[in-house]
Design a protein around this ligand. Structure first.
Ligand code: PLP
Length: 377
């Protein structure tokens, strides 16, 4: 795709995605399945293309946050099983059935409604039962003194007509932090699995490992892993990167094309609120990216961009559609040049400065920014 006329765009390197997929895959025991996370527009990378690519690479399953995301993947031609991780409103149950989407089931009441809808349609709905082992989000809440009641309820759900209880899963809340807490969650998960087995219920797929656990705790891989951020080339926590990290490659690079380069005298105020004043005669590049593109306003006066290989600081506030960058002394800068806004290190630093994590900045890249797919770079 021709980017020379683009204002701001995100290059999505599918070879990097492939590299990350293969790197993670190589960490799994043979037979362990791979579920690729495609929620939130595949962490901002474009769910349609990423979903197809992951399927082509051999991911056995994909997952999304909500039914509309699942339908989007189907419409893009994905035929692999898709797990909907969030609650689906009752009026959308027919979509689950029509598109053969696997639904997360978090309690008996929801299970009964899903079962009724499947029976009315004369079909079978596949569900993965969610267990809450310490995230306190969705799922059957597992605690030792109510274990029998909870297991009974879960078993009832699994036996409901019209439902196929294919999987059991949980989600770790601190797999990039506390080993003790994570192992506590994992033990609860295994206890629940055993309690269901004692009731004659077995699952084809038991899964609990998102990126942090894929990297940190091989013992939790079980039948399937569910990495998201690692597929896109980032680590769930800075510490996980380590010296011997597996060498993931960032998939997205955000670039913007300089609109104008202007020489301005010392003492000139720059951008809204006059938060910056030039301390010397300066050359400023106007870069057409702003918070309307998902570039955080909190980076005002703090972040840099790479222009002709130089780290150039943002001057003044980030506006909705542009920001100003100091290119004084960078040889040859002119309108039409490319500014690298996010590569791996820039995005990680931006996340830190903005008080957030790479996940949020990736998801924030707005629909106004076209995604340009590259292969074999
Ligand atoms: C988002 C999500 C994942 C993936 O998490 P990463 O940290 O991006 O690997 C896995 N499982 C569930 C339930 C999730 O919501």
């Amino acid at each position: 795709m021709d980017t020379t006329k683009m204002r701001t765009w995100a290059e999505i390197d599918l070879s990097a995605l492939e590299h990350n997929y293969r790197t993670l895959r190589a960490m799994l025991a043979p037979g362990c399945r791979f579920l690729g996370l495609c929620k939130a527009n595949a962490y901002g990378h474009g769910a349609a293309v990423i979903g197809k690519k992951l399927e082509e690479l051999g991911a056995e399953m994909l997952a999304v946050a909500c039914v509309s995301e699942a339908v989007e993947l189907r419409r893009s031609g994905v035929t692999a099983p898709i797990l909907c991780l969030g609650e689906t409103p009752e009026e959308c149950y027919p979509l689950l059935l029509e598109h053969h989407i696997t639904q997360m089931a978090e309690d008996l009441e929801t299970g009964e409604k899903l079962s009724a809808a499947a029976q009315r349609a004369g079909e079978t709905l596949t569900v993965n039962v969610k267990l809450d082992t310490g995230m306190s989000r969705l799922g059957f809440f597992w605690e030792a003194d109510r274990a029998d009641e909870t297991a009974d309820e879960m078993a009832r759900l699994c036996r409901l007509p019209g439902l196929e209880a294919e999987g059991l899963f949980t989600h770790f809340s601190d797999a990039d932090g506390s080993e003790e807490y994570t192992m506590g969650q994992f033990t609860k998960f295994l206890d629940a699995k055993a309690a269901l087995e004692a009731r004659g219920i077995t699952f084809q797929i038991c899964h609990c490992a998102s990126s942090a656990a894929v990297l940190n705790y091989p013992c939790t891989h079980l039948d399937m892993v569910r990495p998201g951020i690692a597929l896109y080339g980032y680590y769930p926590a800075q510490e996980l990167k380590g010296l011997d990290g597996p060498g993931l490659e960032p998939v997205m690079t955000v670039k913007s094309r300089i609109s104008a380069v202007r020489a301005l005298p010392k003492g000139t105020y720059v951008s809204y609120g006059r938060t910056a004043r030039l301390e010397r005669d300066s050359l400023l590049a106007v870069v057409p990216i702003g918070y309307g593109d998902g570039y955080p306003r909190s980076l005002s006066n703090r972040m840099t961009m790479k222009i002709r290989g130089a780290e150039c600081p943002i001057v003044g506030r980030v506006c909705m559609d542009m920001c100003m960058v100091d290119v004084t002394g960078v040889p040859g800068v002119q309108a039409g040049d490319t500014a690298v806004v996010y590569d791996g290190p820039l995005l990680e630093r931006a996340a830190q400065l903005a008080g957030t994590i790479p996940y949020e900045l990736l998801c924030a890249v707005s629909p106004r920014v076209p995604r340009v797919y590259l292969e074999n770079q």
